[in-house]
Design a binder for this molecule. Structure first.
Ligand code: CA
Ligand code: CA
Ligand code: CA
Length: 1017
């Protein structure tokens, strides 16, 4: 049914503004009826089981299994390790279809595990990978799980892989290490002698290996009953030079009008060397003279090769300048001997050319050719080369000592038990590893040139397994690369990778036990649908990716997505609730050291939104909300006391933008859509009102009654005026003069984020900032007009700037115009789908009781990120593992109706799904556990069980059925009744214990709520 809409013209501040929602929604390409069946919604609510993926679905999976902010290591679907971005280099993967594509994460470092066994006295082995036989992935972040079995193999295997992950214990969750539990089970009818063998390539100096003169070293050590493969690197001993270096020989300087005797193929090289920067290219620098090879000829598209004539290698090195794309085999320079590539180098996705060298002493006297290759067409699909020379002295873009290179450090693979590989060398990897360029060995001390690929091999003890018997072997993979520009927090605690491995094994029981206890509490013991738990927790893995850093000085810092854009961006992190609830210490450090530290302008109260001088209206208001959340997630008020003067100033800056204390911000509002909104709107406006409420609460706690009253006054005015001026009949609109601001506005459009601040207000137990009926109506409109089961029809007409959902897939559009003409120059990213906004909206819907809609939106994300198409652990936006996606935790807290105020000792729950039988994990300031609510017979029973740490409590709140008019409340701890004062206010039972109590691990607080018999009258 279409709502009749009032057409009206408002005159505000002398400007003529058309504000009403006029026109019908006919032709709106989002269907109002989503055609989702009752069965579908029923299935969404079903508890269900752990997801298991097989076959082609394994290809896309890459679950982060390293520690928080310790780099990015993937467990791939088949149990092999991938990505390996642990060497302090940040790789931006692009956006839209560049990162939202179907692919298998690569594995540039060779490592793996195999089952080794003796059969009839013959050693044999089978690698744990997709060729094992039947392989299935059943991982749920943070615990990876892969199972293997095969009809022709007597052993079935289950492998768990994870880095310790213990909410509220950031340090033990931020270890540069992965634990592997490999369980072998004898499925045959005979006794089998078996073990597990592991190998790891030495990848120290991973990026710089070909530009430095160094050795790698591998030791295999038996220490403390464990066997460790320890990989490091060291400066190569300088040979005693007797002869002076010979004169260098220029192979090519590309100064001529043509390529001379060099042969071109394809289009990328043109007829002559380039003269510097080409049209539409970023500035090219670092070359010598006037000319160079530059294949950005008409852009990245052209391909081709440029091949030198043969020459004799008669010096120790070949030096050259290189810049451009960093695509291996595609934008590269190769050294060919007999037509075979023996050395290769790529650029660094930087137009600047830098020196690079190959050590070629091994090839002295041989005939060689150089070939420059451009076989790439997309972004950074070109190569820049200049000044190729034969010389006795190496030239390198890398300066300074080896020990200071970003990728210098150490790596370890440790078996928790000592084995004897020497006796079983016949089963080492060359027999089954796909890698042919790696040399496997078990030498106790091997030193070799840095550009050689060598892997160490370790074997756990051989054990006899009777039929049906099982045995678990434990391994630790650890790394230590401390030379991050800002240092790494983990380097404050460890000296090298062996140190890390020993720490993990010394504390194995606790670290693995607490991690699995969290997994069990969250997934197994909870009652929420398993698919939903999977989805909502999956994004937390972003903490364990290149997106996040934890610096040596204790500051948590993050990109928006891996490698782009910098500065823990306030407006993107406005959405992310997971880190604050799981590791509040990290978010407190971001507030204290960035927002109210380096990024804070003491003169004005401006919070630079990337720790800079720039204002973002949504980020500024969000900083106040985050500060209140961080206070609520703290054990006491010391954070608030320290930060309050700056929090107040931050809010005063926003009040200054409001200008006249009327609660509406009219000034230009830069925001997360990378544009500025002009005039009042409820996107920034709702954040502003919620921030005023948070400011009021904090001011009261700090005894600043005057400021509290001022916040309340502005808030009340803002609420009133918003309803008067911005309510469009079905949803909130923007008051904007489109004559003056024709671009990037939404006017009468339906913005999905129009109630962002209201969702935040619920997260912080701040209540309603707009009338509940309008909030509900507006959220209903967001569902009706912006969520579609198939983005195809809408996106065919209104193409998104970037594709994060493809035709056939469901999603929630950023903004649509159901009641007015589509604004072709409207708010940027208007026709895109962002998971962070979807979770934000879904979480808010849960608070309003719109469960079907919320579950459908989340399930839409689950469908898009099904491993048949996309890595379920990598929700992308501008780059991989986008921070905004961590908004998912807001859905989780909403489903429990969770409210918490650590310093006050207050906790509350109001389960939205199955309140008659509900269980969910919760996290507080210093402890976490399981909350249970059940309704049996006449009463309601609540249990708060602490499973880790401790929990201080003074007040509690729960919801009871509406029909209960008066209640009796009993509180019990350790078998004793506790005194309490309890009140019932509408459906809400407030329990006051008087003095605070402390629950420690293992303790359960029980609350029985019984309705009093109604007097009949
Ligand atoms: Ca030149
Ligand atoms: Ca190209
Ligand atoms: Ca104002």
């Amino acid at each position: 049914m279409k709502e009749p809409l009032v057409s009206r013209i408002l005159v505000v501040s002398g400007l003529l503004l058309a504000t009403a929602c006029t026109g019908a929604s006919q032709g709106h390409l989002v269907p109002a009826d989503k055609e989702l069946s009752k069965e579908y919604f029923r299935e969404l609510r079903a508890r269900g089981r752990r997801a298991v993926y097989r076959g082609d679905e394994l290809e896309t999976i890459g679950m982060p299994v390293g520690g928080i902010a310790a780099g990015q290591l993937y467990l791939r679907g088949d149990g092999t390790l991938g990505l390996w971005q642990i060497f302090n280099k940040h790789v931006f993967t692009g956006y839209g279809r560049d990162c939202y594509r179907t692919y298998r994460p690569d594995s540039p470092v060779d490592s793996g595990f195999a089952v080794a066994l003796e059969s009839d006295g013959k050693p044999m082995a089978r690698a744990l990978d997709k060729n094992f036989g039947m392989v299935e992935f059943a991982g749920e972040y943070p615990v990876g799980l892969v199972r293997y079995r095969a009809d022709d193999f007597p052993i079935a295997v289950e492998m768990e892989a994870f880095s310790p992950f213990i909410p509220l214990n950031a340090r033990d969750s931020a270890l540069p290490a992965t634990l592997l539990h490999i369980t072998l089970k004898n499925t045959s009818e005979r006794t089998v002698t078996a073990s597990v063998l592991g190998w790891l390539e030495n990848a120290v100096c991973f990026h710089s290996a070909r530009a430095i003169d160094a050795n790698r070293r591998t030791r295999i050590l038996d220490e403390r009953g464990r066997t460790l493969i320890v990989h490091t690197a060291a400066k190569a001993p300088q040979p005693k030079e007797t002869a002076a270096p010979r004169e260098k020989i220029i192979v090519a300087d590309f100064e001529g009008d043509d390529y001379g005797p060099w042969q071109t193929a394809g289009e990328a090289f043109g007829r002559r060397p380039a003269r510097g920067t080409l049209p539409n290219q970023q500035k090219v620098s670092g070359f010598q003279g006037q000319g160079l090879v530059n294949t950005f000829l008409g852009g990245d598209r052209p391909h081709g090769t440029l091949t030198s004539p043969r020459f004799t290698i008669n010096r120790k090195y070949i030096n050259f300048l290189i810049g451009g794309g960093n695509q291996v085999d595609k934008t590269c320079i190769n050294l060919l001997i007999n037509g075979k590539v023996v050395r290769s180098a790529v650029g660094k996705n930087d137009e600047k050319l830098e020196w690079h060298f190959w050590s070629v002493a091994d090839f002295a006297g041989r005939q060689a050719q150089i070939q420059i290759v451009d076989e790439a067409g997309g972004g950074w699909g070109h190569i820049n080369i200049d000044q190729i020379e034969l010389a006795d002295i190496a030239r390198s873009g890398l300066t300074g000592p080896l020990e200071e290179l970003p990728d210098y450090g150490s790596m370890v693979l440790a078996s928790a038990e000592k084995g004897n590989i020497a006796q079983h060398l016949r089963i080492v990897p060359p027999r089954y590893s796909p890698r042919r360029d790696v040399d496997y060995h078990a030498e106790s001390n091997a030193v070799y040139p840095v550009d050689r690929k060598k892997a160490g091999v370790v074997l756990a003890p051989l054990v006899e397994l009777e039929p049906n018997a099982a045995r678990t072997f434990t391994f630790v993979l650890s790394w230590f690369f401390p030379n991050h520009q800002q240092g790494r927090e983990y380097a404050n605690r460890f000296d090298n990778a062996a140190d890390v491995a020993h720490y993990v094994l010394d504390n194995h029981e606790r670290l693995a036990g607490d991690t699995k206890k969290w997994h069990r509490t969250f997934y197994e013991d909870g009652t929420l649908p398993r698919w939903l738990l999977f989805r909502l927790h999956s994004t937390v893995c972003n903490l364990a990716t290149g997106t996040c850093q934890w610096w040596g000085n204790g500051r948590f810092w993050a990109w928006e997505g891996v490698g782009c854009c910098p500065g823990t961006c306030t407006h993107v992190w406005n959405y992310a609730h997971a880190p604050a609830r799981l590791f509040p210490e990290l978010e407190r450090s971001a507030r204290e050291m960035q927002d109210f530290g380096e990024g804070f302008h003491t003169d004005s109260g401006l919070v630079g939104f990337r720790s800079n001088h720039a204002y973002a209206a949504d980020g500024q208001c969000g900083t106040v909300l985050k500060a209140y959340r961080e206070h609520q997630c703290a054990p006491d008020d010391s954070f608030l006391r320290r930060m309050w003067p700056r929090i107040k100033k931050t809010l005063e800056f926003s009040i200054g933008q409001d200008g006249n204390d009327d609660g509406l911000i009219e000034a230009s509002q830069h925001n997360t859509f990378d544009i500025n909104f002009e005039g009042p709107n409820t996107f920034v406006g709702s954040l502003y009102l919620a921030a005023l409420r948070a400011g009021e609460e904090m001011a009261r706690e700090m005894g600043d009654a005057e400021f509290a009253a001022r916040c309340r006054r502005i808030f009340d005015s803002g609420t009133k005026l918003t309803v008067e001026r911005l309510w469009g009949g079905e949803y909130f609109i923007q008051l904007v003069d489109l004559q003056k601001h024709p671009k990037y506005q939404y006017g009468k459009g339906c913005l999905s984020d129009q109630l962002f601040g209201q969702g935040w207000a619920h997260q912080l137990a701040l209540g309603y900032i707009y009338p509940p009926q309008q909030v509900e109506k507006a959220l209903g409109s967001v569902w009706k007009y912006n969520w579609t089961p198939d983005v195809g029809p809408y996106n065919e007409t209104h193409k998104p700037e970037r594709w994060f959902a493809l035709p056939g897939e469901p999603g929630l559009f950023t903004c649509t115009w159901p009641k007015s003409k589509y604004m072709a120059q409207g708010v940027r990213y208007r026709s895109e789908i962002w998971t962070g906004i979807e979770y934000q909206v879904a979480g808010h819907m849960v608070w309003e009781g719109m469960l079907d809609e919320a579950l459908a939106i989340c399930h839409g994300i689950q469908q898009r990120y099904h491993p048949a198409e996309h890595n379920p652990f990598n929700e992308v936006e501008c780059g991989d593992h986008y921070a905004r996606a961590m908004a998912s935790w807001g859905v989780y807290t909403a489903l429990a109706g969770f409210e918490y105020h650590g310093p006050r000792g207050h906790i509350g729950f109001a389960p939205r799904l199955t309140p008659e039988d509900f269980r969910a994990a919760f996290t507080a300031a210093q402890g976490w556990g399981l909350f249970t609510q059940s309704r049996k017979g006449a009463g309601q029973r609540e249990e708060i069980q602490v499973r880790w740490g401790r929990l201080n409590l003074r007040t509690l709140a729960f919801l009871v059925p509406q029909r209960w008019k008066q209640v009796d409340v009993t509180v019990r701890l350790n078998g004793k009744n506790l005194d309490n004062k309890s009140t019932l206010d509408a459906k809400r039972v407030n329990v006051n214990l008087g003095d605070a109590i402390t629950l420690s691990t293992g303790q359960t607080l029980q609350v029985e709520i019984r309705p009093q018999r109604q007097k009949t009258d």
